[in-house]
Every structure is written in structure tokens, then in C-alpha cells.
Design a protein around this ligand. Structure first.
Ligand code: SAM
Ligand code: SF4
Length: 459
């Protein structure tokens, strides 16, 4: 017998939203918020299929040229759906940078909104329908955004919490300060309340998010006191149920001794740090306006390793910055050897309109830049292989996220992540379902190029 409640045939069909996300974890977070906002305001449910959507949103990235151009080719691909009455919106950093120019290039777009105005999406769509013309709002009312978002949704035992927005560092190559605005931190108590709410719902792992999370300066209550990032971590760790704390992305200049001390005191802070260095030559770091030397970067790492000897480190590199010589590149390769990075996001420099570096002469041929990038990536891969191999035979604590990609009904297999963010696949056994969301110990049995295999440690 079918016990499903019957759906009245005249019930209004639920509207669906398709969101395509480009770029960083901040954008992933913002896309979730767009989905939440549209659900709260209009009952939209998410779909993976643009063909069945009533609303299509592109959450764009303009950090590199390729990502920016992709938006327009993808927009062209959904244009035909306008005939069915679909609404199309463009948000994120390209929207912020291009504004009304998007409508000029793609007149079928209905709304253009920035990272700081995504909470106004329902009103903008309503205004679009009412006024009969596209709406553009790419202003920076940062304080308003956090106040108008619905509470965080929880799926599984991990959650992301945005603690600050924007960036005031103005590295010479980067568009972020122009597209996301200056640094703005959420008030201290507000972040703690959100984390406590998530922990109450069973979340064990919290990732604190921001363009430069460690630049956090949160207002405390009605006082004039300000909490820094180190203090925030200590308070988050006190919240019952929080077993792991991650954060991304951090800036070397904001990596204070107070933060290093927190690594010694707070066991929930994972043994993994993503600390973008960008380059290994001081000459280039200075032209990038990063504000530190390689010696200062390495000194921070040395102090951190003094309190956490096993910490794994990942980073970002930009290859082929204007004027980069073979010698400069060799310094980057030397830094990789010295620090022993465990992973990196590395890209060829992309001139961004309006940034100071875009005006610098750049005569290094593209194929030379590509060869440098490949050499750099091969060196990092070698580090990854070596570090993964050294984990074989050890016991690692993992948070089980769900079925692995190779899982089947006959041989259920699970995946989880170690503290240092390595994926571990392992046989789930008859109790597989019960392990999801749990922290368990596994013995690492083998190392593959991008994951580990393990076996559950039986107590
Ligand atoms: N705030 C972080 C920091 O200071 O490193 C990173 C945020 S940024 C949006 C992410 C990464 O994009 C940077 O670390 C950098 O490697 C890369 N990136 C930014 N602008 C770039 C450009 N013009 N060309 C190539 N890569 C770029
Ligand atoms: Fe961009 Fe530099 Fe700010 Fe990072 S610190 S977001 S690279 S300007």
C-alpha cells in the first residue's frame, strides 16, 4: 500500500532555481545563501537541471580572465530558455565589476546583483516584473547583508560560517577589493550564536570563511572592544559539540603570535593550514604589494611548526607575474622545497582590468609561463605523493562525510577527511549508514595520487 500523502492536482507547482557557481569557497557559500533567500521568500527549491528551472542564477568570479569569459558563453547557452519565461540573474564578482554592462552585452538578463546585495534578490526580481525592465544593484551595504540572511541550513556534520567580507589589502594584481569591497567583520556574538545553533543541530566541523579570515576584527556587544581572530577561535572551540575548526583563507601578514599560540592551546583547530604565499622571490612579492618577504613567511611557518610539528600546509602561487625572470621562478621552486607544501592552487597571472599590475610591462612569452607552472605543479605533486606515502600505517581520525564515489549496494564504501584535509575511502561494512557524520579512527592502508585508503580501527 502506498502511504505517501497525495498531492492535490491543483496545488501550485513548486518553483525551481538553478545556480551555477564559479570561483572560490566564498562564492559557494554565497550560492547557498542565494538558494536560502529564494526559498524563504518564494519557496523556490534547488535543481541541478537548468531546463527545468524557473530562475537561473550565475554566481560569477572575475579573479582570472578565463572564469570571467566563461560566464558569457554559459549565459548564451541558457538564452533559449527565456522563451519559456525563465528569469536569469547574474551575481558575484563579474556582476560587481561590469554592472549594467552585462545587460548591454546580454539584454535577456533580468537582474544583476553583487556579492553584498544577494539578500535583495527577491525584491529585485519583483521590481523586474513590476517595472518591466532589468534591475541592477551592485552596491556595498555590507552591514545589511548579514542581517537579512535566513539562518544557516545544515546538511551533514560540516558547515561554513562567513565571519568577514571583502578585502582591504589591495594586492597589485587582484580585483577582490574592488568587487567585494573593503574588509568588514561580523559582530563577535553574532558569529558565536550562529556556530552554537549549528552545533545544536549536530554540526561537528565548522569552517570559518572570509577573503582574509585572520583579519577578523569583530565588535563585542555594545562595548568599544574588538575581538581578533585568535579570540574568536578560542570562543568557538568552547561551544559544546564543536570537534573541528577549519578556516580559509588567511593572509601571512595577519598571522599573529596570538594566533600561533592558539594552535598550542586549541586541539579542535585542525592540523592543516592554507596560507597563500603567491611567490618565492622578494622582488616579485614587493611588486605584488603582498607586504612580507619569503624570510618572514618562513619564519611564521617555523613558529607554527614549533607548536604543531605535523601541520600540513597548502598555498596559492601566481606564476608569470609581469617581469618574472627565470631566477625569480627558481626562488619559487626553492621555497616549495624549503617549506614542503602539501597542496597548492597555482595559476598563471591574469591581468585584471583596473588593477595596478595590469599597467606593468609583461614580455614573458605565455609558453614560458606555462612551462614554469607545470614545473611548479610537478614539484607540489611530488610533495603530495611523499607526504601521502608517509601516512601509510598510521592511524588517522576522520570525519565520515558519506558514501565514496565508488560505493555500490553490494560493497558500500565510505569517505571521510583527515584533519589535514586528505580524503580517505574505506569499506563501510554492515554499519556503514551509522558511521556517517561520526568521527572515527582508521588505519591508512595505501596512498593513491589524490586520496588514501583505510580500514576502520575496531576498538
Ligand atoms: N585573500 C587570499 C590571499 O591573500 O591570498 C586569496 C584570495 S584570491 C581571490 C584567491 C587566489 O586567486 C589568490 O591567492 C591568487 O593566487 C589568485 N589570484 C588573484 N588574482 C589573480 C590574478 N590576477 N591572476 C592569477 N591569479 C590570481
Ligand atoms: Fe586579493 Fe590580496 Fe585581498 Fe587576497 S589579500 S583577496 S589576493 S587583494
Amino acid at each position: 500500500m502506498n502511504n505517501e500523502p497525495s498531492v492535490p492536482t491543483d496545488a501550485p507547482a513548486q518553483k525551481k532555481v538553478y545556480i551555477r557557481t564559479f570561483g572560490c569557497q566564498m562564492n559557494e557559500y554565497d550560492s547557498d545563501k542565494m538558494s536560502d533567500v529564494m526559498k524563504a521568500a518564494e519557496g523556490y527549491t534547488p535543481t541541478d537541471d537548468p531546463e527545468e528551472a524557473d530562475l537561473i542564477l550565475f554566481n560569477t568570479c572575475s579573479v582570472r580572465e578565463k572564469a570571467q569569459e566563461k560566464v558569457f558563453s554559459d549565459l548564451g547557452r541558457v538564452k533559449h530558455l527565456k522563451k519559456k519565461g525563465v528569469l536569469i540573474g547574474v551575481g558575484g564578482c563579474v556582476a560587481s565589476q561590469e554592472g549594467a554592462a552585462i545587460i548591454e552585452r546580454a539584454p535577456y538578463v533580468d537582474v544583476v546583483f553583487g556579492p553584498q546585495t544577494l539578500h535583495r534578490l527577491p525584491q529585485m526580481l519583483e521590481a523586474r516584473q513590476r517595472a518591466g525592465r532589468p534591475q541592477v544593484d551592485i552596491s556595498f551595504p555590507e552591514i545589511e547583508k548579514f542581517d537579512h540572511l535566513p539562518p544557516a541550513r545544515v546538511e551533514g556534520s560540516s558547515a561554513f560560517v562567513s565571519i568577514m567580507e571583502g578585502c582591504s589589502k589591495y594586492c597589485s594584481y587582484c580585483v577582490v577589493p574592488y568587487t567585494r569591497g573593503e574588509e568588514f567583520s561580523r559582530p563577535f556574538e553574532e558569529v558565536l550564536t550562529e556556530v552554537a545553533g549549528l552545533a545544536d543541530q549536530g554540526v561537528k566541523e565548522i569552517t570559518l570563511l572570509g577573503q582574509n579570515v585572520n583579519a577578523y576584527r569583530g565588535k563585542m556587544g555594545e562595548t568599544s572592544e574588538i575581538a581578533d581572530f585568535a579570540m574568536l577561535i578560542e570562543y568557538v572551540a568552547e561551544i559544546p559539540g564543536v570537534e573541528r575548526i577549519r578556516y580559509t583563507t588567511s593572509h601571512p601578514n595577519e598571522f599573529t603570535q596570538r594566533l600561533i599560540d592558539v594552535y598550542a592551546r586549541v586541539p579542535q583547530l585542525v592540523n592543516h593550514l592554507h596560507l597563500p604565499v603567491q611567490h618565492g622571490a622578494d622582488r616579485i612579492l614587493s611588486a605584488m604589494k603582498r607586504g612580507y618577504t619569503t624570510l618572514e613567511y618562513k619564519s611564521t611557518i617555523r613558529k607554527l611548526r614549533a607548536v604543531r610539528p605535523d601541520i600540513s600546509l597548502s598555498t596559492d602561487f601566481i606564476v608569470g607575474f609581469p617581469g618574472e625572470t627565470a631566477e625569480d621562478h627558481a626562488r619559487t621552486m626553492k621555497l616549495i622545497e624549503d617549506v614542503s607544501f602539501d597542496a597548492s592552487f597555482s595559476f598563471i597571472y591574469s591581468a585584471r582590468p583596473g588593477t595596478p599590475a595590469a599597467a606593468l610591462p609583461d614580455d614573458t612569452p605565455q609558453e614560458v609561463k606555462l612551462a614554469r607552472l607545470q614545473e611548479l605543479q610537478a614539484a607540489i605533486e611530488e610533495n603530495v605523493r611523499r607526504i601521502s606515502a608517509s601516512r601509510v600505517g598510521t592511524v588517522q581520525r576522520i570525519l565520515v562525510e558519506g558514501p565514496s564515489r565508488k560505493s555500490s549496494k553490494d560493497t558500500p564504501e565510505l569517505m571521510g577527511r583527515t584533519e589535514c584535509n586528505r580524503i580517505v575511502n574505506f569499506p563501510g561494512g554492515p554499519n556503514a549508514a551509522r558511521l556517517v557524520g561520526q568521527m572515527i579512527d582508521v588505519t591508512i592502508t595505501s596512498a593513491l595520487p589524490h586520496s588514501l585508503r583505510g580500514e576502520v580501527v575496531v576498538a
